[in-house]
Design a protein around this ligand. Structure first.
Ligand code: THU
Length: 152
């Protein structure tokens, strides 16, 4: 099974692929399934803005549409377009220390909640393969809406 540092590094390596001509903010996510399969997602923007999809949901929807629903963790990264041109990024695949961690938006947390056990699912945020923090979904998304709220 791939380790979390490598999962984050793979997400960083894919940042240039993100399609972000409007925000110029590149996001990338690597989703790890319990059988070791990895799915990549990136933000894909749209001139009409609202059809934009985030990196995390892109990865989760790719996985679910391929028959995977048992998820262990997701590594999420984001950075500005300018940063992709720096030597730091090109040489080291290291994100800016001062830039902070790019956490998943609320909509993506809700989609994670749909498919993942919030007590066990790990969200990996950080700057490089040896500099990251692991959060449980339950800590990033407390009091989530779920089937129980629908009386199910
Ligand atoms: N974005 C993501 O891909 N994931 C998030 O969790 C937050 C935001 C994207 C959406 C948009 O393309 C850009 O970042 C700026 O909001």
């Amino acid at each position: 099974m791939i380790d979390y540092g490598r999962l984050l590094e793979m997400a960083i390596e894919k940042l240039p692929d993100s399609y972000a001509p409007y925000s110029h903010f590149h996001c990338s996510a690597m989703l790890l399934c319990s059988d070791g399969t990895v799915f990549h997602g990136m933000n894909i923007e749209n001139a009409a803005y609202t059809p934009t999809i985030c990196a995390e949901r892109c990865a989760i929807f790719k996985a679910v549409s391929e028959g995977h629903r048992d998820f262990v963790a997701i590594a999420v990264v984001g950075c500005s377009e300018e940063f992709l041109e720096t030597e730091d990024f090109k040489r080291e695949h290291r994100l800016p220390k001062g830039g902070g961690e790019s956490g998943p938006c609320g909509v993506c947390r809700q989609v994670m909640q749909e498919f993942c056990d919030p007590e066990r699912f790990d969200i990996i945020l950080g700057h490089s393969a040896d500099d990251y923090t692991v959060y449980k979904l339950k800590d990033l998304y407390p009091h989530a809406f779920g089937p129980a709220d629908l009386g199910l």
